[in-house]
Design a protein around this ligand. Sequence first.
Ligand SMILES: *Cc1c(COP(=O)(O)O)cnc(C)c1O
Length: 407
Amino acid sequence: MPRFVTHLESALDGTHLDANQLQTLHAGRPLWVKYDLPAIAAAVDRDIFATRDSSMFRYRELLPVGDVIQPVSLGEGNSPLLPCPRLGKQMGLENLFIKDESQLPTGSFKSRGLSMAVTMAKHFGVEKLAIPTAGNAGGATAAYAARAGMQAYVLMPADTPIVNMMECVWAGAQVYLVDGLINDCGRLLKQGIEPIGWFDLSTLKEPYRIEGKKTMGLEIAQQFDWKLPDVILYPTGGGTGLIGMWKAFNELRELGWLDSKNMPRMVSVQSDGCCPISTAFDAGERFAEPFENASTAASGLRVPVAVGDFMILDAVRESGGLALAAPESKLETWQYQSTQAEGISVCPETAACIGALEQLVQDDWIKPDEKVVVFNTGAAQKYVSMQVPDLPRLDAQGEIDWRKLID
Ligand SMILES: *Cc1c(COP(=O)(O)O)cnc(C)c1O
C-alpha cells in the first residue's frame, strides 16, 4: 500500500472528510488524520525505523506521506534525549531527561510540523503559504517554503524577537508586522485567503502540522526502547506538540508496539502571563476563554486563543495529567538554573516547565524515581532582546591583575 491514510475526521463531531484533497477545518474546528493501523502493523515492524536515515520521515508509514509523497525536508527530527542528572538532583529527581528540540532546523521543534504541512500543501498544488506566528513558526514556514520553491507570507506581532523576523526575511518570505498578538495576525490573514489565494498554515487550521509534531512522541518511544516515560512536561501555546504526542502514543498502543502498559501523564505548562489552558483546566472546562492582556517573554506561549483548546485539555485529562501556569517573574531564574546545570540552552518556554517541575515534585505529584521528560522546544539564542547582565569591560591596551579581578 502506498500510504496508509484512510480519511480525515473532525475532532469535534467525528465527521469523515476526504484525505485525498486539500482540507482545512470542519465547522471551525480541527481535523485528525486517520490511518489503517492494522495494515501498518502487518506491513512494517517497529525495528525498521532504526535502520533508516534519521529525519522524521523514517516513520513514513505512520505519516501522511507514506511511500508516495516526496517530503520537503531539511533533515528535521532525531533530537537527542539528554539525561540531566545535575538538574534532576536539584529538582529531587533521579530520572530527568530533556528532549532538545533546539537542535532542529530553524532552531525549534516547529520545523517538524511545518515540514509536514508544507509537504502536503505542495502535494495538493498550493502556491502561496501564509501564517500568523508568535515567532518560530514563521521562521520555519519561511525556510520550508524556500526549500519547496513556494512563496511564504508571515504575519507577526511587531515585538516578536528580531531573530524570528530576520530568519523569515533571509528566506525570502514577505513579512508583515502587526501591532497586536498572534490571534490579531490570524484575523488579518483570513482577509487575504480569498483575494490572494493564500493557504492558511495556522496551528491546527490544516490537519498535517500535528502529524509532524507526532514524531516527537514516536521518537521518545523509540529512544526509550518502546517503554514510555511516566511524565512529559510540554510548554503549550497552540498545543500541537502535546496533542500530536498524545496521538502518537495512542497509535503506538493500538499498533501493539509498546512494551510498557503505562501511558505518560501529559503536563501542559504555560506562564501566568498567558495561561488560557491552565485556567480552563482549573475551572473544569473543555473549552478555554480568550486570555486578556497576554504578556510573556516566552513568545511561543503568547497564544491567548487556541483553536484546539479542547484537544489539549482532552489529552491532558485522558492521560491523568494536568495543566498549570508557572510565574512569569521567575522564568529567567529557571532558564539560568537549567542552562548552568546541564549546558543545554533552554528557552524561556521551557523555563516555565522547569518551574512547573519544581512545583510538582514539591507537591509529590511527581515521585523522585519517576522517569520525566521536559521538552526544550527552541533555542535560547533566538531571544536576543533579553537583558544582558552587567559584564566587565577590559581596556585592550591596559595591564590586568587577574588575581584581583577573579576572586
Ligand atoms: C510554538 C512554540 C511553543 C508552543 O508550542 P505549541 O505546540 O504550539 O503548543 C513552545 N515553545 C516554543 C519555543 C515555540 O516556538
